[in-house]
Design a protein. Structure first.
Length: 292
């Protein structure tokens, strides 16, 4: 499967008769899938079709979906129904007019329904518009998926580079001279000697404490777990699909091991490697927040 980002934009536009229409959708990262809809009044049904199409296709992300319609404002052509107007005028003339009542005026007769007729072009076919909008949704969803995949391809390259850098730093920590048994032994021996010279301390007790400190300072388990987490992340990237949540979990685990490595480091060189590792892990965590 292909790795996808949660960031993307798509637009599908067209016309149906005199009506111009345009679908737009914007997608950003989110913990789950949230599709927010904005359509003109009377188009809720086709809007729900679009929402459902996105929900069936995407796994995560916040989506803003909108539909815009533009209708031409052509001036209507009007005409006077002269036959009806003449009949109304004749009928009014035959009716006795009460004293004080003004005769019927032309503007009054023109205001009667049916006297003025409009030749305005009828609106676009509703079924044709609905069909075109539905076809537009298909294009819109496909374009959004491709946009998110294109962003995912770029994102995959960045994340793979970060995994490679973390693997390099893990190997550097493994090979650090400060981790060699003789180096650890020398540091502990120097510490024990200085404390013994100070007097008042039991050498046997100091030896036992030194053994415990040496065990606690061993970072082999942390390095093993770092390598295991890096291998799992590489497998997820290769598999593709909606793996963002799993990568985010691995980022947290990598950060935990890097913190422990820094805490156990008894040497400046190893400590610097741990700090560099923590910085790359944080960059990795920020990037995988955008993976679907």
């Amino acid at each position: 499967m292909i790795l996808s980002s949660m960031t993307g934009f798509a637009r599908a536009a067209g016309s149906s008769g005199p009506v111009q229409w345009a679908w737009e959708v914007r997608s950003v990262n989110g913990r789950g899938l949230d599709v927010r809809l904005r359509v003109p009044n009377g188009y809720d049904a086709v809007g729900e079709i679009a929402r459902t199409a996105l929900q069936k296709t995407l796994a995560r992300g916040q989506c803003q979906l909108s539909l815009a319609l533009t209708r031409p404002e052509a001036a209507p052509r009007v005409r006077i129904n002269e036959t009806l107007l003449g009949e109304l005028a004749a009928a009014v003339a035959r009716v006795p007019r009460p004293e004080g009542m003004a005769p019927a005026s032309l503007d009054g007769l023109l205001g009667i329904r049916g006297v003025i007729e409009s030749d305005e072009e009828p609106g676009s076919d509703t079924e044709a518009l609905a069909r075109d909008l539905a076809e537009g949704v298909v294009r819109l969803v496909a374009d959004l998926v491709e946009a998110r995949r294109a962003e995912g391809r770029a994102l995959k390259g960045v994340v793979e580079g970060q995994l490679a850098e973390m693997a390099r730093l893990t190997a550097a920590a493994e090979a650090c001279p400060a981790r060699r048994p003789e180096a650890v032994k020398a540091r502990l021996a120097a510490t024990v000697a200085s404390l013994t010279e100070a007097g008042g301390l039991d050498p046997d007790r100091l030896h036992q404490e030194a053994v415990l400190l040496a065990a606690k300072a061993d970072v082999r388990e942390e390095l093993d777990r770092l390598r295991a987490h890096l291998a799992s992340a590489a497998d997820l990237l290769a598999a593709g699909g909606p793996v963002g949540r799993k990568l985010d979990f691995l980022a947290q685990e990598l950060g935990r091991e890097a913190n422990t490595l820094c805490a156990k480091a008894g040497d400046v060189t190893l400590s610097r490697i741990g700090l560099d590792l923590k910085a790359v892990v944080e960059q990795f965590r920020e990037q995988v927040q955008n993976v679907e």
